[in-house]
Design a protein around this ligand. Structure first.
Ligand SMILES: [Zn+2]
Length: 101
């Protein structure tokens, strides 16, 4: 018998495409209490967070259309897109390694 109550994973929605996903499939961007905006790969940093898909298109759209800035209620620094893109490339490498187990 399969257990009736499936453990529900927390979901978050991407600020760019509004798709709800398992939060592990999104990357969190955080506005720290001191006002800096950065990628938050742990998902636990203090501050106001917003999520985007681990997808270059969503990162680009979220930044260029201003949805990420609105979600965080702050301006997005110039280097953030590059930082996020670099981060998802690392994540996809790690995810691929896990998938081979
Ligand atoms: Zn998205």
């Amino acid at each position: 018998m399969a257990p009736r109550a499936v453990r529900r994973l927390p979901t978050r929605s991407c600020v760019a495409c509004r798709t709800s996903r398992d939060k592990h499939d999104l990357i969190r961007v955080v506005r720290r209490p001191d006002g800096t905006v950065q990628a938050d790969p742990t998902g636990k940093a203090n501050g106001r967070g917003a999520y985007v898909c681990t997808d270059v298109a969503c990162i680009t759209n979220g930044i260029e259309r201003g949805t990420l800035a609105r979600a965080l209620e702050t301006k997005i620094p110039a280097g953030l897109r590059e930082e996020l893109v670099a981060r998802i490339e690392t994540m996809s490498i790690e995810g691929g390694a896990r998938g081979q187990e």
